[in-house]
Design a protein around this ligand. Structure first.
Ligand code: AMP
Ligand code: ZN
Length: 136
């Protein structure tokens, strides 16, 4: 993807504050951090989102998220950690190269990662369970 900024960052064509790099991934600091240490896991190969990434790379990315969370928590002294991954504009995705947000959390940090709980009706529950199971 010649015009993808995360392809260029992941492959070192554009410099970034890199926390970790291996053959498959680069982990960089987010330029607009939600909290101190907010980082992004970028695969070096281009996948638009979770729908496009292959199972093995997705599994490796989650293993790396765990490794980074442990190291970053020790380094930064955070008291919690969010792992966030957005897919599609409606879900807040703004850069269309798969990435995982690593967001260290601190007591009373006011990072706004929450939603207003709705209600699960019996009808909705039954329909959702039936329809999703059909697709698996
Ligand atoms: P998302 O909204 O899930 O697509 O996340 C995109 C993230 O990428 C945002 O948190 C941005 O702050 C971050 N971002 C965008 N451009 C850059 C860049 N050049 N370097 C580092 N982070 C970036
Ligand atoms: Zn890309």
């Amino acid at each position: 993807m010649s015009d993808c900024i995360f392809c260029k960052i992941a492959n070192g064509e554009i410099p970034s504050a890199t926390l970790y790099e291996d053959e498959q991934f680069r982990v960089i600091l987010d330029l607009g951090p939600a909290s101190k240490g907010h980082a992004l896991i970028l695969p070096k190969a281009h996948y638009g989102n979770l729908y496009e990434i292959d199972e093995e790379t997705a599994a490796s990315a989650m293993k790396l998220a765990r490794k980074m969370a442990i190291a970053m928590t020790k380094a930064l002294g955070c008291s919690g950690f969010n792992v966030v991954q957005n897919n599609g504009t409606s879900a807040g995705q703004t850069v269309f190269h798969f990435h995982i947000h690593l967001i260290p959390r601190y007591d009373n940090d006011n990072v706004g990662l929450s939603w207003k709980p709705g209600e699960l009706t019996d009808e909705a529950r039954d329909e959702i369970v039936t329809e999703v199971k059909k697709q698996l």
